[in-house]
Design a protein around this ligand. Structure first.
Ligand code: NOJ
Length: 573
């Protein structure tokens, strides 16, 4: 699912051949080698910004990252064993998708105990060790909190459905009716009606996802208290905050209007099912709790919106709700389109009242960017381009495991052959983007010594971490360089975003500029030919261009870019 100046001069003041040389000399000399981490030389912005204003957060689908016990399913100990690798990427935090007890109707997004770790992922002691080891490496760990619904196997739901009068009777969304007619004609995000009839209560219950994922009723004080207890539980167990699942859907319009066009897209952002007013209050309450803990824990929101104005609202009118709502307006872009990149990145930089944008292209629900944007010929270059857009824009960047080596979606025919079994009770189209991490050319890509729950993509023999470690020009090392710049170079850390016109319809360009007029222009050529960019959009003195680096490694000087290349050029004014 993706759903989704004055005229510049090109006079060069200096050229640099390698990404490391591209760093300003004072930064380059202080820079640790790739793999050694970058925390020690990070720039501390003058505005005493919080860690999450400039973070790089890496999403791990734990089933598929690293298996430590040979059962074919990745686990917490597997993640711990790969922390040195994660550190070598220069990350600030990892977000682990749900590892709580679950019957796995939606692989963990159907939680049957919010404070217990599912045995297939490990134990509480494994979690504690993961957090402690990550901390030693300067990496925070975010928990994925499924706040909108639980599993129908959760004891809360079992009790709620047992009668109309039990203490948890109002913890879910129940509605009277007759068994033949659901209360509304609304459609669930996974297809079918949003209502399931319960023969015991003789009532309907509401679910915006599967019928095995009944919506929690945030109007119930008892439910609120219990969920806020879960929030405290994980903060007290070392979580650096939460990725909040499906936040737009906490409330419904309880006048229960019929939809004149229930199938119209997107069914997940209707005025009656998304961003209802009560949402803000719950999120403010949650934010207060999170802010009361030390270490600046955060809320990272899965906050689908239709417009930048709606996205702005998710931060809270008084900036006191979600710290980091994901920008799906960029995340849902499905074409390499310079105009769309410009529109979406420019608005994120200029229309969010200076709040931190959260940029990404891939995650466990949608087509990987390698597959989405790749043209079959220039995939590596294009992957370097989308990496540069995510990582050189201001704000916080989300990466999805494996994007740094160019993992793509599994071929549909290959996936169709993947067997079902106890570790994979049902097929899911999204499994294409959830194949095991490709560590090496060893059997099962080094992911497991057993039979993986989902087959490893057959391209792993050549596309894997080990192969790219030793190749200076690899995608993996490009990611490392970009993250390094984010971490240590003021231009990419705190430099303001300057929207530019590139002078060519196929080239997206923007600049990051420091208060003293130095900066860097980032140019991405989405077109099929060589282009000489004539950027405009600066106010004041024309820039004098200098050191540069291109994704292709082929730098010809000036502002000329090969097809699908991305070049970053320093300037001063
Ligand atoms: C969003 C999650 O990212 C997705 O994987 C899940 O299926 C739904 N929410 C339901 O929890």
């Amino acid at each position: 699912m993706r759903r989704s100046i004055t005229r510049a001069t090109t006079a060069a003041v200096a050229l640099a051949a390698t990404p490391t040389a591209f760093l300003a000399p004072s930064i380059a000399s202080a820079q640790a080698a790739p793999g050694a981490g970058t925390a020690a030389v990070r720039v501390t912005p003058a505005d005493a910004a919080k860690w999450w204003h400039h973070a790089t957060i890496y999403e791990i689908y734990p089933r598929s990252f690293q298996d430590s016990n040979g059962d074919g399913v990745g686990d917490l100990n597997g993640i711990t064993s790969r922390l040195d690798y994660l550190k070598s990427l220069g990350l600030d935090a990892i977000w682990i998708t749900p590892f709580f007890k679950s019957p796995n109707a939606d692989f963990g997004y159907d939680v049957s105990d919010y404070t217990a770790i599912d045995p297939q992922y490990g134990t509480m002691a494994d979690w504690d060790r993961l957090v402690a080891e990550a901390k030693k490496r300067g990496i925070r760990v975010l928990v994925d909190l499924v706040v909108n619904h639980s599993s129908s196997e959760h004891p809360w739901f079992k009790e709620s459905r047992s009668s109309r009068t039990n203490p948890k009777a109002d913890w879910y969304v129940w509605k009277d009716g007759t068994p033949d007619t659901p209360p509304t004609n609304w459609r669930s995000i996974f297809g079918g009606p949003t209502w399931t009839w319960d023969p015991t209560r003789k009532q309907w219950y509401y679910h915006i996802f599967l019928s095995k994922q009944p919506d929690l009723n945030w109007r119930s004080p008892g439910l609120r208290k219990a969920m806020f207890g879960v929030v405290r539980f994980w903060l007290e167990h070392g979580a650096a905050g939460f990725r909040l699942d499906a936040t737009p859907y906490l409330f419904e319009d309880t006048s229960w209007p019929q939809d004149p066009d229930p199938g119209s897209e997107p069914v997940w952002l209707k005025p009656y099912n998304a961003q209802l007013p009560g949402t803000n209050e719950v999120l403010r309450e949650m934010r207060k709790i999170v802010d009361s803990y030390p270490g600046d824990p955060i809320l990272l929101g899965e906050s689908s919106t239709r417009s930048i104005e709606q996205l702005r609202a998710v931060y809270g009118k008084n900036k006191d709700e979600i710290h980091l709502p994901m920008n799906f307006l960029v995340g849902n872009i499905s074409k390499l389109d310079a105009a769309e990149f410009k529109r979406r990145y420019d608005e994120a930089a200029t229309k969010l009242d200076g709040l931190t944008p959260v940029e990404f292209f891939s995650n466990h629900d949608q087509t990987r960017q390698w597959t989405e944007f790749g043209d079959g010929t220039n995939n590596d270059l294009i992957a370097k381009m989308t990496a540069a857009l995510t990582l050189l824009n201001p704000g916080t960047a989300l990466l999805y495991y494996g994007e740094e080596i160019g993992m793509g979606d599994m071929d549909k025919a290959e996936l169709a052959k993947a067997p079902l079994g106890p570790n994979r009770p049902q097929a899911d189209a999204r499994d294409r983007a959830r194949t095991p991490m490709q560590w090496s050319a060893a059997p099962q890509a080094g992911f497991t010594s057993g039979t993986p729950w989902l087959p490893v993509d057959s391209r792993y023999r050549t596309r894997n971490v080990a192969a790219q470690e030793s190749n200076k020009g690899s995608l993996l090392n490009w990611y490392r360089d970009l993250v390094k710049w984010r971490n240590v170079d003021p231009t990419f850390r705190t430099g303001r975003y300057v929207p530019l016109e590139s002078g060519d319809a196929g080239v997206f360009a923007f600049a990051r500029e420091n208060a003293n007029g130095t900066g860097a222009i980032v140019m991405a050529n989405t077109g099929t030919g060589v282009v000489t960019v004539k950027p405009t959009g600066w106010t004041g003195a024309a820039p004098v261009f200098g050191a540069s680096v291109c994704a292709s490694g082929k730098w010809g000087g000036g502002l000329t870019l090969a097809a699908k290349d991305t070049c970053i050029v320093r300037y001063r004014r």
